[in-house]
Design a protein around this ligand. Structure first.
Ligand code: TMP
Length: 224
């Protein structure tokens, strides 16, 4: 655990600013309909085309805890907002630490790991629904990615894209999406001075234009 104490005369650093960063770990975040899945996929394809070894992954995962979360998101099962915060954190812990295919193991093998959503989703969604401080504490043990891509799309535009898909989940209402948007702004502000690189990108452009912008922002040198 990193010490929070500062040398005399220096500005005190918060725990969010001193958290460790995982080189080669790249995360896409945004509201529902903002395009995180599409952009993560396009980024992975471009990395692979350049010959890099890349693992594409997502949260919630497709493991047992992730499947339970999906059941609640679809409305088939029930859980309180606090329980969801615990479930997302437990799923994240498994996702990072699984000795075979966990994020840490894959990074250790010298692969890039590109992830569709991570702890910033918990801060934005569960933070808005059951208290930012509670969710921040639950997620305090998790390291930060090297790059965080935030696809900035307001809730109305995101919900219109979702409608076209024809299925909906419990967080996909205008009120929740508006609150979550502010949750993301609050979360990003908290990490402004961290060593993680934050790329704040307009999510309303065409997918190809966004992909180009993401690529130009993240200067990737092979890590193996
Ligand atoms: P997806 O539709 O992008 O796969 O994400 C599933 C939903 O889960 C989406 O509404 C965002 C939400 N979510 C949280 O509320 N907290 C989290 O920690 C994560 C990873 C996702």
């Amino acid at each position: 655990m990193t010490s929070n104490k500062s040398a005399p005369g220096t500005k005190p650093q918060t725990e969010l600013q001193t958290r460790s960063v995982l080189p080669g770990f790249i995360v896409f975040e945004g509201l529902d309909g903002a395009g995180t899945t599409t952009q993560a996929r396009l980024f992975v394809e471009r990395l692979r085309a350049g010959g890099a070894a890349v693992v594409a992954t997502a949260e919630p995962t497709d493991g047992p805890i992730g499947r339970r979360i999906r059941a609640v998101l679809s409305g088939a099962e029930q859980a309180s907002d606090r329980t969801m915060a615990y479930l997302f954190a437990a799923d994240r812990s498994e996702h990072l630490d699984d000795p075979n295919h966990g994020v840490l193991a894959e990074l250790h093998r010298g692969r890039y790991v590109v992830c569709d959503r991570y702890l910033f989703s918990s801060l934005a969604y569960q933070g808005s629904l059951c208290g930012f401080e509670f969710v921040r504490m639950l997620n305090a043990p998790f390291s930060l990615p090297e790059h965080l891509v935030f696809l900035d799309l307001q809730s109305k535009a995101g919900l219109e894209r979702i409608k076209a898909r024809g299925r909906s989940e419990i967080y996909e209402t205008p009120h929740i999406q508006d609150t979550v948007y502010h949750g993301y702004r609050q979360a990003l502000e908290q990490f402004r001075d961290s060593t993680m690189q934050i790329h704040h990108i307009d999510g309303s452009a065409a997918p190809e234009a966004i992909a180009e912008e993401v690529w130009s922002r993240i200067a990737i040198a092979p890590i193996h």
